[in-house]
Every structure is written in C-alpha cells, then in structure tokens.
Design a protein around this ligand. Structure first.
Ligand SMILES: Cc1cc2nc3c(=O)[nH]c(=O)nc-3n(C[C@H](O)[C@H](O)[C@H](O)COP(=O)(O)OP(=O)(O)OC[C@H]3O[C@@H](n4cnc5c(N)ncnc54)[C@H](O)[C@@H]3O)c2cc1C
Length: 395
C-alpha cells in the first residue's frame, strides 16, 4: 500500500461490536480509526436489554445508563398461563440504546480511538498489506486491517462478499411514554403467542416502555406495525407508540464467512446474535473483542504487522469458534421451541425456567446453563464458569 495509513486498524460501525473492538485495540496502544454515519442518521432499533453475560463483556461501567434492573420475568402464552419466573439475582439490565452506545463510544474515544464520519460507502479495496475504504463523497481511509462492525445490512459485507444474507430473524419495536401507559407499570414481560414464530416483549425503562415483537425466521413469519400496535393496545392500553422501526437480526454466524482477506466481520455483520430471543449485544461485544484479540498476537502493542491475513483469520475463527457453534445449537433449540408452542412454554413452566433463570443470573450462555443443569452434583446456583459481574458488585 503506497499511500500513508490513517490508522493501523479501521473499524466501520460504532455499535457494540465496533466500540468493543476499538476499545480493546486502543487500550493495547494500537492506532484505530472508527467510522460511522453522520450524527442524526436514523438509529438502529434495539430494546437495550443487557443480559448479565453481556454486562460481563463491557470493559466500561454501564451503571450510569441503566434505567431498571430486572430479576423476574413475567411470561405468558396469548395472555394465558401467566407465570412469574424469578431469578436469584439480576438477570437483565434495561438501557436505552442511544445512551448505551454514546457511553460505549465515548469510552473508546477516551481510550484513544479516533472517530470520523463516513458519508455512505462506495468501495472497499484490498492490497497485499492494507485495505482502503472509500466513502460516497470520495474520501479515502487506509489501514492495515478493517473490522466491519456495520450491522445487519453491513454495506462492507455486500461490497466485499456480495453474499446473500441467509436465515435472519427480525424484530420491530416502538416506545410508549409512561404517561400514556394505561395499565399498571409493567415488569419485563414476554408473551410467546403475540407474534407467530417468536414473542412479544415489554421492557420498562423508567420514563417509557419499549414494546416489541420478535420473529426467529423472517421467511416464515414477518412482523408488522399493525400487529405491534394491537399488542401495545391490548397490553398497555395505548397504541401511541413513537420511534416504530423494524430491523433484521442475523442469527447464523456458524454459516457465514467471518473474514475476507484483511477484513474481519463482527457483530450483526457476521450473524453473531442468537435465535431464541434475538439477543445480539452479547455476540456483538464478544466478536468485536475477539476480532481485536486476533489482531494482537500475544498481546503485542503493535498490531499484527508481521501476521498474514490467513494467520489473523485463523486466530479469529479459533477465538470465536465456540460461540459460533453455540449460535447453531441455539438456532436448533429456538426452532424446536417455537414450532412446538404451546408445548415449549409448558416445559418452561414445568421447571425448565429454573436452570434458565439461574444461568441468566450467573452470566452463563444457554449452552453453558444446559451443561450445568445436566451435570449431576453441580451447584446450580454457583456453577463452574460462574462470573461475578460488575453489575452484581454494584448491587
Ligand atoms: C427491534 C430490536 C430489538 C433488539 N433488542 C435487543 C435487546 O434488547 N438486547 C440485545 O442484546 N439485542 C437486541 N437486539 C439485537 C441487537 O440490537 C444487535 O444484535 C446489536 O445491536 C448488534 O450490534 P452491532 O455492533 O453488530 O451492530 P449495530 O448495533 O447495528 O451497529 C452498527 C453500526 O454501524 C453503523 N453503520 C451502518 N452502516 C454504516 C455505513 N454505511 N457507514 C458507516 N457506519 C455504518 C451504524 O450506524 C451503527 O452504529 C435487538 C434488535 C432489534 C432489531
């Protein structure tokens, strides 16, 4: 690459995956330039539920943006068979995504990440030792490596691989102001019939409720604004939702290419969300951090100058392999669960909720929870791999 580099690593996308990668690289002394769309671009919808395992991956205290802490989830099936599943401690923290993203990006910038605006993406080009990104305004950014953390629609992925996206979940959400909420202030609620092949949710956030519908497979069941408004009316007594927006959630990291030469894909751009509930913040943080680690062989402060693209790719694939396997297993579990409803929900009520809620509270993934539950003699309330999180220390 003849022209001077703008940074050693370029990151496109400053969501959870991009900010997590940038933070780790900058803290290791690597020069990073993080590109995102202009301020004021439409935000990506996200209910901002941060599970304990996701919380444990944040390298920054997200306490200042936590609006509510949840230790019990009310579940039902078309409003019937309501049950409150309690956990021994917090299972999920409610945040408002724009606030969470701002805090996370600010932390990355404070660690040394440079940031710049990308006005649309026109081209991604690679040479033997570098990669360049050209914006639609003609501006060119050059680096040795590129982390594509640009979300479910990943323009980088389309330019570099042009791949069809494959199996994708989808969700739609809206916000209901507290003052308009006719019903009692809800706790965290999931209903497994309000959306075919998925669920409806209510996430309380202090001054508003985030109301949404999730479908695990958009090709079988889409989500619609009408159904969302109907759900809000029935559950909360009002359909005066603001910020109604739907978006895909890619849940097939096991089937996707996650590298292409000097480009590493992370987060939704690599299909790292899980299919049971559509949780994506955890997979985004994890894969962003693993992409960063793949560029830091042996924790060197100088980014993988001597490594070839093949070496970096195989390090990244190795570091993220167990999560990609788990994404596949969870997709199979989700398929079985949603296809057998209301049977799957009956199993939850009959006792499956206990290991599930204990695992969530302990910061375990679904497969880790299952492993703990199935291994006799293990104390399920403090299983192996139990990670005390900063959230629990807070309180
Ligand atoms: C309605 C809905 C609710 C959800 N709720 C939850 C939840 O409660 N908890 C949970 O864990 N997960 C949830 N998810 C999933 C979660 O939002 C995603 O999996 C997660 O945000 C992925 O993070 P990411 O960093 O990979 O991508 P994103 O968060 O999508 O970030 C991508 C970044 O790239 C930028 N970008 C995109 N295109 C360009 C471009 N051309 N140029 C420059 N920058 C670009 C975007 O501006 C953005 O900042 C939800 C998803 C949806 C759709």
């Amino acid at each position: 690459m003849v022209a001077a580099l703008d940074a050693e690593v370029l990151i496109v996308g400053a969501g959870p995956a991009g900010a997590a990668a940038g933070l780790d690289l900058a803290r290791a002394g690597v020069s990073v330039l993080m590109l995102d769309r202009p301020d004021g671009s439409p935000g990506k919808p996200c209910a901002g539920g941060v599970t304990i395992k996701a919380l444990a991956r944040f390298r920054v205290d997200i306490g200042p943006v936590v609006r509510e802490s949840v230790s019990a989830i009310d579940m039902s099936h078309a409003g019937r068979w309501p049950d409150r599943f309690e956990a021994p401690r917090t299972v999920c923290l409610m945040t408002h995504r724009p606030e969470l993203d701002r805090l996370h990006r600010d932390a990355a910038v404070a660690a040394g990440v440079q940031s710049a605006t990308l006005h649309g993406l026109a081209q991604v080009a690679q040479s033997g030792d570098g990669v360049s990104v050209t914006g639609k305004d003609g501006r060119v950014f050059r680096a040795r490596w590129l982390i594509a953390a640009d979300g479910a629609h990943s323009p980088v992925r389309r330019l570099v691989l042009g791949q069809p996206e494959g199996v994708t979940a989808v969700a739609i959400e809206g916000l209901l102001d507290r003052a308009l909420c006719g019903a009692d202030w809800p706790g965290m609620q999931l209903d497994f019939a309000d959306q075919p092949g998925g669920y409806g949710w209510l996430f309380p956030k202090g001054d508003h409720v985030n109301v949404g519908l999730y479908s695990r497979n958009v090709r079988r069941h889409g989500v619609s604004r009408e159904r969302l408004l109907d759900y809000a009316r029935r559950r909360l007594g009002s359909d005066q939702l603001t910020c109604v927006q739907g978006y895909p959630i890619p849940v097939n990291a096991d089937q996707r290419r996650i590298t292409a030469g000097r480009v590493l894909f992370a987060g939704d751009a690599a299909g790292m969300a899980e299919a049971l509930l559509g949780e994506g913040i955890y997979g985004a943080l994890l894969s962003g951090q693993m992409a960063a680690a793949a560029l830091l062989p042996g924790g060197l402060s100088s980014v993988a100058k001597a490594s070839s693209a093949t070496e970096v790719a195989s390090r990244y694939e190795m570091l993220i392999s167990s999560w990609r396997r788990e994404v596949r297993v969870i997709r199979q579990l989700a398929r079985a669960f949603y296809r057998t409803l209301p049977g799957g929900y009956a199993l939850l009520r009959l006792g499956l909720h206990r290991p599930l809620m204990q695992g969530f509270a302990a910061g375990l993934t679904l497969v880790e929870s299952k492993r703990v539950w199935l291994s006799p003699g293990t104390a399920a309330d403090k299983p192996p791999g139990y990670r005390q999180t900063s959230g629990e220390r807070r309180g």
